[in-house]
Design a protein around this ligand. Sequence first.
Ligand SMILES: O=c1ccn([C@@H]2O[C@H](COP(=O)(O)OP(=O)(O)O[C@H]3OC[C@@H](O)[C@H](O)[C@H]3O)[C@@H](O)[C@H]2O)c(=O)[nH]1
Length: 330
Amino acid sequence: MVSKALLRLVSAINRRRMKLLLVIAVVAYVASVWGNLVNMRSIQENGELKIESKIEEIVEPLREKIRDLEKSFTQKYPPVKFLSEKDRKRILITGGAGFVGSHLTDKLMMDGHEVTVVDNFFTGRKRNVEHWIGHENFELINHDVVEPLYIEGLAKRVGARLLLASTSEVYGDSFLVVGLSTVGQALYHAPEGVEVRVARIFNTFGPRMHMNDGRVVSNFILQALQGEPLTVYGSGSQTRAFQYVSDLVNGLVALMNSNVSSPVNLGNPEEHTILEFAQLIKNLVGSGSEIQFLSEAQDDPQKRKPDIKKAKLMLGWEPVTSHSVFGHQD
Ligand SMILES: O=c1ccn([C@@H]2O[C@H](COP(=O)(O)OP(=O)(O)O[C@H]3OC[C@@H](O)[C@H](O)[C@H]3O)[C@@H](O)[C@H]2O)c(=O)[nH]1
């Protein structure tokens, strides 16, 4: 009896224990599943955070670039005067990205006009006019002026005046008319009904001059800087007179605004021998280069000095920059 009662008691206790153990096991299982879930979520959240910070790492420099680009869109252009519609002109410059053309572009833009530059970038350089790109008064067209541009037809239709940049070489052989680019040279006949101004441009120097054009100023500067001999063709006694490009540009604008339809010389009459120029450039650069005499160039004019009486009288223009600016920077 006693033993039966004892057995029942033990099994009752065991059942209770079993129940308790079962409850504990279930609770432990639920707790562990819950823990795992929480853990997984935090790993997931952690992962998401890591991905987010990775994306941020990549995106931030891009944002920085966009900010820089935005800044460059609102870039400062050189100062431009305001001109009323009546005074503002629309000006097309062929070869406007070249040495002289780009300086003329600068002057006309700063004076408040609307300028369209046409250039094939053969000798012109985009960087010569890049500081105007995006300006509302400026347009840049890539076009080879050897292809017809029908400038005369356009000039006639809109009643525009045509400025022709001719060369002082006309005093040599033929009458050459050049645009402000070295290509597109052609014998020229002004069309009926189009007002034409003709500038005879003498030797010019200044910033943006083409370093490898083989002309004397660029040759001597390059040679002096590289410590190579300065190559003087012939005895060096031939003379030239060089004008600074800003003087030329002022002369071109004065001519364009004048009523002078015959050719006008634009140059600086300050005349020197080529040997003197070699010495001057050598000293300005502070170069130890020698001066080397080579054989004389073919058909080389022995003297060239502009007579600028007409420009002085009819345009009220004369150069104001002397050769001492040879070392001048843009
Ligand atoms: O390395 C050189 C280069 C040139 N020279 C001499 O320097 C003088 C000037 O020569 P450049 O070539 O610079 O210029 P040029 O005066 O001969 O003609 C230049 O300017 C006028 C424009 O009309 C011409 O189209 C252009 O070529 C010449 O006597 C030439 O023989 C040198 O002694 N050494």
